[in-house]
Ligand binder design. Structure first.
Ligand code: HEM
Length: 220
């Protein structure tokens, strides 16, 4: 899509295409199911979650399939977004100034592009975390194919799976906080596709400039 097509009437800018939004929500729904069933397998205190979701055998059967769906969606995100998630000099400066970001002084931040450095970190964290979850999950799913040293392979897989899951849970909590509570307008963008010009200028001035070909003003 050309940048001029991203400018839409009534002071709005297209941030996410339908394909991007569908991919995101497939990943989100699959992840939440994996999180709930995974936590139920992990702790006896949370076993009741598996019972609510149709029982332990059903949860155990569906968990790996949901994992494949999740990874397919993450892979699709990789194909769509990886080129835009490359680390740049602006990102380096963004991390240095992150204290201004966390205190809502956005006008003191270096101009983030379509994604800021924090979002890029989240993207790569989710990508590598999901890859580890997939590889370790496959080992646990079909132990008969990993007969050589299967006990060792299983133990390593369990450790990797749990560590990668905890890592992605940390990312997920930050993501929900940022997307739903901190950046007003972000949640609606991933549902409806568009953001206001004020949102684009405030959080992604570099991206806004790219789209309209003019410099943005800091937030008033
Ligand atoms: C209920 C669950 C989720 C909610 C409410 C949610 C919310 C959001 C929101 C509001 C945005 C737009 C942020 C912006 O453009 O400023 C977004 C983007 C994104 N989401 Fe999610 N998300 C959820 C689950 C997930 C999961 C499970 C993943 C893991 C793959 C994920 C990965 C991403 C990525 C990579 C982006 C683009 C970069 C970024 O904004 O961080 N999301 N999400």
């Amino acid at each position: 899509m050309s940048t001029s097509e991203q400018i839409i009437p009534h002071g709005h800018v297209l941030r996410y295409t339908l394909k991007e939004r569908l991919t995101h929500w497939v990943a989100a729904v699959a992840y939440i199911y994996l999180l709930m069933t995974g936590l139920a397998f992990w702790s006896p205190w949370l076993f009741w979650v598996a019972v609510i979701l149709g029982g332990a055998p059903v949860s155990r059967m569906l968990h790996p399939w949901a994992g494949l769906i999740f990874f397919a969606a993450v892979w699709n995100m990789y194909v769509m977004w990886a080129p835009q998630m490359k680390h740049t000099d602006v990102d380096k400066a963004w991390w240095k100034a992150v204290r201004y970001y966390s205190t809502n002084q956005d006008d003191k931040m270096p101009p983030a592009g379509r994604y800021n450095a924090g979002q890029k970190f989240l993207f790569w964290g989710f990508f590598w975390g999901s890859l580890l979850l997939l590889l370790s999950g496959v080992v646990m799913w079909s132990p008969q194919y990993f007969a050589w040293h299967s006990l060792i392979a299983m133990r390593i897989a369990v450790l990797v799976h749990a560590s990668a899951a905890l890592f992605t849970i940390g990312l997920f909590l930050i993501h929900i906080y940022m997307g739903v509570f901190a950046e007003r307008g972000a949640l609606s963008s991933v549902i409806h596709g568009d953001v206001s010009i004020a949102f684009a200028k405030r959080y992604h001035p570099g991206w806004y400039k790219e789209i309209v070909g003019q410099s943005s003003t800091p937030r008033k």
